[in-house]
Design a protein around this ligand. Structure first.
Ligand code: GDP
Ligand code: PGA
Ligand code: MN
Length: 609
């Protein structure tokens, strides 16, 4: 296709928004696609795009009626997770990126990326996806436009965000700001060149320009790298907006719990990727009389409300959940939502019936599968059938337990915050913070073993402040200062109570010290009872832990002594932990807020160190 015919398509840009039209034209001229296509978000369009994706081999339509209108995708084996090493925060001043981020001079980075994007969409269609994160009727809707050359990204974005004409018309009517989010798989096609099922590039760049609030993502088709509304916008870019505007963009689930007396509490929980957010967000309580409702499973935008309360909104429309470990026995709510259909599965295994399967989905393991790499698989194969970071992508409104308040543009008041990680040792099942400042200390020193959600080694303990280590779009010291400043901006009486949790502690035999999943409702009950002043606790140097009999064990094969073991604060383990926390804090230097330094001193003193 000649330059001039490209031009014609672009001139026909169906928008009156001058900046958007100009940006789309600029990117089309740079990336040189065969076609420019504006995504309208309709069902017909989705049917057409998914049919094309089946044609090109990117998607397989599932024929098992248990998964209606659903598809499976299989990525390049080298493109299965977020790539933190290739993720950059290119602030004008290197100091503003801080020690937790990769940084490069934005002018240099742009010029390098411009080179990579030059002609990157040759032979492909360039899709323009107008989207909004959060409700369209929010006081200040947060718009974005993603340009991508991947129809898989379009189909997935349609599940994860509100996209298309409706959003575009409102962006135009308000002449609104939008986050320009540019994505290419980085695999241009020469004339006549046969495409592959999962185009991507060995060279990957996930780059954020915080001052201009823009995103450039190159080389990967994986969700966290390519669905730019999610981690890139709703966390990295939004955290910068939040710093500037006095709110918080956090990596948190939101769950509404109602006790037998009918009193409701909204609980937010920050856990690193693949550490239990989606599972807790879809909790099936195992204790009598308690009701759980889902508000969000990954992202929580919190603003201070009129009465000084913290209010949380989930800006997403879908679930992008870790498949393995999500099953009928431990998470029936997730399975019910998934099997309503309209889902895209990535890197799971295929059953002989044309459905999908992953480790933990059913207690009974199928006798034969096609694994995520396309090989025959039997239980004797001695390897996993689904990739450990395989995912389901499902509309959130298919969750039966979705709270009506999910649709509220003002969000919900947050009454408690959980910080949680995956630790075999040291960290008790649950610990209540002594104060807000102590809670921020707990969050800032949160630690977890690394998982398959990011490329790299698995099982290495690392500090992950507020579960935001890969997602803070600015200097981590400034981020902690920002959290610290919330206390003075909010109504102190309405501040959420803070708890540190660890569902993953091991017992003496190496098994989990706590059954987890639905039984986590018992821990949440203790936390709520603490807020109501009804539950017993033991004061330890690190905070308040439950007494053995203050956790409801009705119906569980556990004793108060087992609870005591799950919450024990071991002197030797904490000597090691304290040293590690000091090492972590030393990295912040002068940037560490004084209140957190004081908390560290307090902990040292209480530990007698
Ligand atoms: P997210 O990425 O933070 O949303 O994490 P998920 O909820 O998807 O869970 C990631 C993995 O942790 C899955 O394999 C789950 O089965 C496992 N998991 C989640 N909650 C629990 C729990 O309470 N106990 C245990 N042992 N594993 C859990
Ligand atoms: P999650 O992140 O594991 O926190 O759901 C999704 C991702 O890999 O970006
Ligand atoms: Mn999740």
């Amino acid at each position: 296709m000649s330059e001039s015919s490209d031009q014609k398509v672009i001139d026909a840009a169906p928008t009156t928004h001058a900046k958007l039209a100009a940006w789309v034209q600029e990117i089309a001229e740079l990336t040189k696609p065969d076609r420019v296509y504006w995504v309208d978000g309709t069902q017909e369009e989705n049917d057409r795009l998914t049919a094309e994706l089946v044609e090109t081999g990117t998607l397989k339509r599932l024929t098992d009626p248990s998964f209606p209108n659903s598809f499976a995708a299989f990525s390049d084996p080298k493109d299965v997770a977020r790539v933190e090493e290739r993720t950059f925060i290119c602030s004008e001043d290197e100091k503003d990126a801080g020690f937790t981020n990769n940084w490069e001079n934005p002018v240099k980075m742009k010029s390098m990326l411009t080179g990579l994007f030059d002609g990157a969409m040759r032979g492909r269609t360039m899709y323009v996806i107008p989207f909004v994160m959060g409700p369209l009727d929010a006081e200040q809707p947060q718009y974005g436009v993603e340009i991508t050359d991947s129809a898989y990204v379009v189909a997935s974005m349609r599940i994860m965000a509100l996209i298309g004409d409706k959003v575009l018309r409102q962006i135009e009517a308000e002449d609104a700001f939008f986050v320009p989010a540019l994505h290419s798989v980085g695999a241009p096609l020469a004339p006549g060149q046969q495409d592959v099922a999962w185009p991507c590039n060995e060279d990957k760049w996930i780059v954020h320009f915080p001052e201009e609030r823009s995103i450039w993502s190159y080389g990967s088709g994986y969700g966290g790298n390519a669905l730019l509304g999610k981690k890139c916008y709703a966390l990295r870019i939004a955290s910068v907006m939040a710093r500037d505007e006095g709110w918080l963009a956090e990596h948190m689930l939101i769950l509404k719990l109602t006790n037998p007396e009918g009193k409701s509490y909204n609980i937010a929980g920050a856990f690193p990727s693949a550490c239990g957010k989606t599972n807790l967000a879809l909790l099936d309580p195992t204790i009598e009389g308690w009701k759980a409702e889902t508000l969000g499973d990954d992202i929580n935008w919190m603003r201070i409300g009129k009465d000084g309360e913290l209010r949380g909104v989930n800006p997403e429309y879908g679930l992008f959940g870790v498949a393995p470990g999500t099953g009928w026995s431990n998470n029936p709510n997730a399975m019910n939502a998934i099997t309503k259909g309209n889902s895209i599965f990535t890197n799971v295994a295929l059953t002989d019936e044309g459905g999908v399967w992953w480790e933990g989905m059913t207690d009974e393991v199928p006798a034969h599968l096609t694994d995520w790499l396309g090989n025959d698989w039997t239980p004797e194969s001695g390897r996993v059938a689904a990739h450990p970071n395989s995912r389901f992508c499902t509309p959130i409104d298919q969750v039966d337990m979705l709270s009506q308040e999910y649709y509220s543009p003002d969000g919900v008041e947050i009454h408690a915050i959980l910080f949680g990680g995956r630790r075999k040792t040291t960290i008790p099942l649950v610990t209540q913070a002594r104060s807000w400042a102590h809670g921020i200390f707990m969050g800032s020193t949160l630690s977890s073993e690394t998982t398959a959600a990011a490329a790299g080694a698995v099982g290495v303990v690392r500090r992950d402040p507020m579960a935001m280590l890969p997602f803070i779009g600015y200097n981590a010291g400034d981020y902690l200062k920002h959290w610290d400043s919330i206390e003075s901006k909010a109504n102190p009486a309405r501040l959420p109570k803070i708890f540190l949790v660890n569902w993953f502690r091991r017992d003496a035999d190496g098994g989990f010290a706590w059954p987890g999943f639905g039984d986590n409702s018992r821990v949440l009950k203790w936390a709520i009872d603490r807020i109501e002043g009804k539950a017993e606790a033991v004061e330890t140097p690190i905070g308040f832990v439950p007494t053995g009999d203050s956790i409801d064990l009705t119906g569980l094969d556990m004793t108060p002594a087992d609870v005591e073991a799950a919450v024990v604060v071991d002197k030797d383990e904490w000597a090691t932990e304290l040293a590690s926390i000091q090492e972590w804090y030393a990295k912040f230097g002068e940037a560490l807020p004084a209140s957190l330094r004081a908390e560290l001193e307090g902990l040292k003193e209480r530990l007698g160190a």
